[in-house]
Design a protein around this ligand. Structure first.
Ligand SMILES: Cc1cc2nc3c(=O)[nH]c(=O)nc-3n(C[C@H](O)[C@H](O)[C@H](O)COP(=O)(O)O)c2cc1C
Length: 412
């Protein structure tokens, strides 16, 4: 099944190998497509996976360091050029969609500044030890002091929430104008939309609390994006099959959410896991919290200590619920899948319809060609040490330790 085509609504992929979004840190401060971004993605295209999801791109036109953006029409020429070069490199079957994201504000940990602010409410607190601070401050004050300020969905004003569907819709329209084959809404991990969906969302208005309320904004985003791109453009999303943090969304609730998204007419559902801020480790002074440092982060990017295909139960459960509700929406899964055998068995078992392989394709972008026998060389297999993730954490260009001495991009 791995090398059979599949329709994602109006977009057909030639095989079931799916490259999930992986931030490269190869853009520039302006969030533009650079020659390095193009080199990385044309290299992936030459390996001929069925689908390439481009790393998360911001929908709001705010500075976010060297992360790609799709937040203004000025990005269109660069994105158009990237799509064109990928198709030239990979051929007419190349399928590529950008992952589009909104994220909330986060600050670096700065105890001196935090204490100066807290002095207003707690005079003398600058001299307290951490035990006293933790015992006295509200949980939120303690967190902002100990980890650095982080905006939460509970902090957003109604007008900020109501602007989000328009931001996503405009970005989705740009994805279409740039010549992509579709667009993936980022509803997973530690970011805005995932945090609205999460059972941890403690808003007390129409956007928090009950599942119906938590679905309100994500469904509005889907509806607005669909209106912007039309029915003949693939519109999918990535969501969490489980938050993996205390009080977070469980797989059973995620299955209900996936059914709601299928009913809303998305063309694919990509299932990820964890990667939340709630259990992230405390950053050092001067650094910002990173949502892949705690147990939920490890579930998101499982290391070699985990069994192969460790997260397959999640797409299996969500897919079964979607099918039971009468929808044929294709489901993508990921997490330490790197052999034809595991991929094929998961497809045959109905765990998923498309096999996500992020670090495996970073290690060897020719994996699809080699796995189907079009290239004779052995596969350069990912060792799952998370050396690439450590670079991401340090905001450095992401590479694989199996080839990084050879240059900036996968060889071959
Ligand atoms: C360096 C790095 C960057 C990532 N960036 C993103 C991202 O931008 N968006 C996203 O949804 N997932 C991101 N992920 C998660 C991957 O898409 C994937 O879900 C995860 O690595 C598990 O799949 P794997 O075992 O095949 O690598 C990233 C993972 C890594 C290692």
């Amino acid at each position: 099944m791995l090398f059979t085509p599949l329709a994602l609504g109006p977009c057909t992929v030639e095989n079931r190998v799916w490259l999930p979004a992986m931030v490269t840190w190869l853009s520039n401060e302006a969030g533009e497509v650079t020659p390095d971004v193009t080199a990385r993605y044309t290299r992936y295209a030459r390996g001929r996976p069925g689908m390439i999801v481009l790393e998360a791109m911001g929908v709001r036109d705010v500075g976010s360091g060297p992360l790609l953006r799709i937040s203004h029409d000025r990005y269109l020429p660069g994105l158009r050029g990237l799509v064109r070069e990928m198709r030239e490199a990979g051929g007419p079957e190349t399928r590529v969609v950008p992952q589009i994201i909104d994220f909330l504000k986060i600050a670096r940990r700065d105890p001196e500044r935090a204490l100066a602010r807290l002095e207003v409410r707690y005079p003398g607190c600058s001299a307290w030890d951490e035990a006293r601070l933790q015992a006295t401050l509200t949980p939120r004050e303690w967190r902002d002091y100990a980890f650095g300020y982080r905006q939460q969905v509970e902090d957003l004003a109604l007008d900020e929430i109501e602007a989000l569907p328009g931001h996503f819709a405009a970005a989705a329209a740009r994805a279409r104008a740039a010549g992509f084959d579709g667009v993936e809404l980022h509803f997973a991990h530690a970011y805005t939309m995932s945090s609205f969906l999460s059972a941890t969302n403690a808003r007390t208005d129409a956007y928090g609390g009950s599942l119906e309320n938590r679905l309100r904004l994500p469904l509005a985003v889907i509806a607005a994006a669909r209106r912007a791109v039309g029915a003949d453009f693939a519109l999918g999303l990535r969501m969490l099959g489980s938050d993996d943090v205390p009080g977070g969304t469980t797989v059973d609730e995620a299955a209900t959410i996936a059914v709601a998204f299928a009913r809303a007419g998305v063309d694919f559902v990509s299932v990820s896991r964890g990667g939340r801020f709630e259990d992230a480790v405390r950053p050092r002074v001067g650094a910002a919290a990173y949502p892949y440092t705690g147990p939920s982060g490890l579930q998101c990017m499982p290391t070699r200590e985990f069994p192969e295909g460790t997260n397959l139960a999640l797409p299996r459960t969500l897919r079964a619920a979607v099918r039971a509700a009468g929808f044929t929406t294709p489901v993508v899964g990921a997490g330490r899948i790197n052999t034809v055998d595991v991929a094929e068995r998961a497809l045959q078992a109905g765990d998923l319809d498309l096999v996500g392989m992020a670090r495996g394709l970073l290690a060897d972008p020719d994996w699809p060609l080699k796995a189907r026998g079009a290239l004779a060389d052995p596969i350069r297999s990912c060792k799952y040490t998370n050396a690439c993730e450590a670079l991401d954490r340090a905001h450095k260009p992401v590479r694989c330790q199996l080839w990084w001495k050879l240059g900036d991009h996968p060889p071959g």
